[in-house]
Design a protein around this ligand. Structure first.
Ligand code: GUN
Length: 292
């Protein structure tokens, strides 16, 4: 059994990005610039946005956080997005989710110029993802693809079972892994809350992607001997430690790991790769690789 060290792989990719960024700065050009829009005080969102800011610093990117009041009107947020769309010094930006109730999330996402949509959440970005056209791939699925690639895991002809059909993970990764490419060319089964015999189907997976958002859902009896298991879950469990919590995934790691050929831990698996994907996308945006 081999643990896929997402932290290590993320760190290698960050070094590669930092070298490219340094070369740009040496030439006298401005570095790539990522903006994060944070609405309200959601604790998890604040942590995520801070991590994104830190990652930008590590690779020499400029980053700016727009901190907006929780009661901001939708119209005002759309004005800010319009401003960011037009600002030539901003290569890409994200609007951190979730957003407060008064705001229509889909309307906000649709208002982002696809050439700056480094989260890859815009319908145009997702449509291009589905067609295999150049685009910003959504960060978490893109991170999973890079983990498979950098770990040299064979995917062609394999049966991949994805648990969870969210717009930001389950649905896009199922499309990405079914395309004729590497990683990809899998036969994909997408399981969700309406699936009958989910356990039996999971057990047929050569590659099992757990992204249903339920702590410790995947147990050893659901996993085939020799499977590759990718755990996308991130759940805070309160405890008596100094921090007051620890993080667990969608997979019961201790009992599942011994059966696997490869497995991602939580924390330190998919999580660090998500931010790296965002950095790669920001670099693509800086280079003008993705059209409007
Ligand atoms: N909330 C949780 N994950 C994400 C993400 O990847 N991007 C944004 N914008 N919000 C999130």
């Amino acid at each position: 059994m081999q643990i896929i060290d997402g932290k290590q792989i993320a760190s290698e990719i960050k070094m590669e990005i930092a070298a490219k960024s340094a070369a740009i700065i040496d030439k006298g050009d401005r570095p790539p610039h990522l903006v994060a829009v944070l609405v309200g005080e959601d604790a998890a969102s604040q942590t995520y946005v801070s991590s994104k800011e830190r990652a930008c610093k590590e690779v020499g990117f400029t980053s700016t956080i727009y901190r907006l009041e929780a009661d901001i009107r939708e119209e005002k947020l759309l004005e800010i997005i319009d401003f960011l769309n037009k600002d030539d010094e901003v290569d890409g930006f994200i609007v951190q989710l979730p957003l407060p109730e008064q705001i229509n999330v889909q309307k906000v996402i649709r208002s982002i110029n696809p050439s700056k949509d480094v989260d890859g959440f815009h319908p145009v970005s997702l449509g291009r993802t589905m067609l295999g056209e150049p685009t910003f791939l959504p960060a978490t699925p893109y991170g999973i693809m890079q983990l498979l690639e950098r770990s040299h895991i064979e995917t062609s002809g394999k049966h991949c079972v994805v648990l969870g059909r969210s717009n930001i993970v389950g649905t896009p990764i199922s499309v990405m892994l079914s395309r004729k490419a590497y990683p990809g060319n899998c036969t994909v089964t997408l399981c969700h809350t309406g699936t009958k015999n989910l356990k039996e189907i999971a057990k047929t997976a050569d590659i099992l992607i757990a992204a249903m958002g339920q702590p410790h859902f995947v147990t050893a009896d659901m996993v085939k001997e020799g499977a590759v298991v990718i755990d996308v879950g991130i759940h805070r469990m309160e405890d008596n430690s100094e921090k007051g919590y620890h993080i667990i995934g969608d997979v019961k790691f201790d009992e599942v790991a011994p059966k696997c050929s490869f497995i991602t831990p939580v924390p330190g698996g998919v999580g660090p790769m998500t931010i790296v994907s965002l950095l790669i996308n920001t670099f693509k945006a800086y280079n003008g690789e993705i059209e409007k």
